[in-house]
Design a protein around this ligand. Structure first.
Ligand SMILES: [Zn+2]
Length: 238
């Protein structure tokens, strides 16, 4: 029975170690995911800027088509002007030309505005493209490093799992079942140290008779308060 208790204690130590390793691994996975998210956001930002540039180019092209049409109108009106006979007609065509010129000027201003915006956006896009390229490169390197760390932790977990299997293969199934369900119910701790009359799992006082029977090590004894399997560990004599 003493041997069984020792094995349970070892099992608990290994499981605690595995829990710590898995937590560390989850943390690393989270960091890896965080890195990917930053990269995705940067790429999306870039795509957004490119779309904005394309939109502005499109608007500029539309304006240029309209401007060309308006200039064509002006040209036609100016040609017509040479053939008008009456003063009234002359004035009407004159007004048409003036209106068309005003419109053309407005369009030219808008085109200039778009050009200015495009220049700014393209400069921003170029700067961001450099940043993104750098980020891509850094992330690739850091991703590899992080993955190596995760793999290294996995190796430790695998080693512990092997040690665990070596122990569990020697323990009876019903005891393992009890151990597993206790671990589930008691935040991973199925085994508790008993010392100075107390269960250190729940810090409750143990009945003296039960505490004394722990010295005999002839049966597995559970704490009556938290049900953890008790392992007697005396304080080293001062
Ligand atoms: Zn207890």
């Amino acid at each position: 029975m003493k041997k069984r208790l020792e094995m349970l204690e070892q099992l608990q130590e290994i499981d605690n170690q595995i829990d710590v390793l898995k937590n560390a691994q989850n943390g690393l996975q989270g960091e890896l995911q965080g890195m990917e998210e930053v990269l995705v956001a940067a790429r999306e930002g870039q795509v957004g800027l490119e779309a904005r540039v394309a939109q502005l180019e499109h608007e500029k092209a539309d304006l240029e088509v309209s401007l060309a049409a308006e200039q064509e109108n002006i040209h036609r009106s100016e040609t017509n002007m040479k053939e008008v006979k009456t003063n009234k007609e002359f004035q009407a065509v004159g007004r048409e030309i003036a209106a068309a010129r005003k419109l053309a000027t407005e369009m030219e201003e808008q085109i200039l505005q778009k050009l200015g915006q495009l220049e700014e956006l393209k400069a921003e896009l170029a700067a961001k493209a450099d940043d993104l390229a750098e980020l891509e490169q850094n992330t690739a390197k850091r991703r590899d490093d992080k993955q190596s760390e995760i793999n290294a932790v996995q190796q430790d977990i695998d080693t512990d799992a092997e040690r665990r299997a070596a122990i569990t293969s020697q323990l009876p199934a019903n005891l393992l079942k009890r151990y597993d369900s206790l671990r589930e119910q008691r935040r991973g701790q199925a085994v508790a140290i008993a010392r100075d009359g107390y269960c250190l799992g729940c810090n409750m006082n143990l009945p003296p008779q039960l505490y004394n029977s722990l010295y005999r090590c002839d049966e597995l004894i559970s704490c009556p308060h938290c049900q953890r399997v008790l392992i007697l560990k005396q304080q080293p004599a001062a």
